[in-house]
Design a protein around this ligand. Structure first.
Ligand code: GLY
Length: 254
């Protein structure tokens, strides 16, 4: 069975980190409703959701993905690249402890889970303002003993590797080639985001279903045309915080 860790929206989400997006007012009540709908959707898809209470003083803490990389054998607790986000790790570690042995990344490594794209047993890791070379090396040291490969990937013009590319299953990636060179993911078929929807490359795959924000209908139609079963979620307020659908959960075999 799949298990997801999520965390309620902080009332201070309006003070979130922003790198490539201008700050816009966030309707917190609406963000909370959208996040609850996201959790309900995961539940409907058969995922067991562990919903952590909000961390009121940590604006970005709803985006739990950045705090951990979880495989069947171990949970690697990251050192998020934004200092304001590093206190988010402790409570996620406590939630993961019953499920996996924990390993902790050490300074000077930094790594955000949003920079980590898994395709089978290969972990592609974007080297970005949030994830440094030492972070990639430490992730490699921690995962290679279990038979995984960790490869550095290049990203330009967006926050995280997974802002620009997602793995959809069936050897297919969804990509914005302005930000991420698709040739890095050898052997994959490529679906390009619709040109009017540059932020649409972050998709969350749960079983056979590809979840996309409802604000990207053209890209969703492209995926349906290629035979993927999709579902749309309204996450307009969370998108203003420079997030994607993968950011709000850590999903693992639990
Ligand atoms: N606001 C999401 C992040 O910058 O990490």
């Amino acid at each position: 069975m799949l298990t997801a860790i999520t965390r309620a929206v902080s009332p201070k989400i309006g003070n979130c980190e922003l790198s490539y997006l201008p700050r816009q007012p966030i309707d917190v009540a609406r963000a909370i409703e959208q996040h609850q709908a996201y959790e309900r959707c995961l539940t409907e898809l058969g995922v067991s959701v562990i919903s952590l209470p909000a961390e009121p003083d940590l604006p970005d803490s709803v985006f739990v993905e950045d705090t951990a990389v979880v495989v069947d054998e171990v949970a690697v607790m990251t050192r998020p690249g934004a200092a304001s986000r590093q206190p988010e790790v402790e409570s996620v570690a406590a939630a993961l402890a019953p499920y996996r042995p924990l390993q902790f990344m050490r300074a000077p490594a930094t790594l955000d889970g949003g920079d980590v794209l898994r395709i089978g047993s290969i972990f592609y890791v974007g080297e970005t303002a949030r994830t440094n070379r030492e972070g990639i090396l430490q992730l490699r040291e921690l995962l290679e003993p279990y038979g995984y490969q960790v490869k550095a990937a290049t990203v330009t013009g967006c926050l995280h590797l997974k802002s620009g590319v997602s793995y959809l299953g069936r050897s297919t990636i969804l990509v914005n080639r302005s930000w991420v060179d698709a040739a890095q993911f050898a052997g994959c078929d490529v679906i390009d985001v619709h040109p009017y929807e540059p932020w649409a490359a972050n998709a969350l795959v749960v079983g056979e279903v590809v979840l996309l924000p409802s604000s990207f209908p053209r890209t969703r139609a492209l995926l349906e045309g290629r035979g993927f079963h999709t579902r749309a979620l309204d996450v307009s307020e969370l998108l203003k915080a420079e997030s994607g659908l993968t950011c709000s959960s850590i999903i693992f075999n639990g």
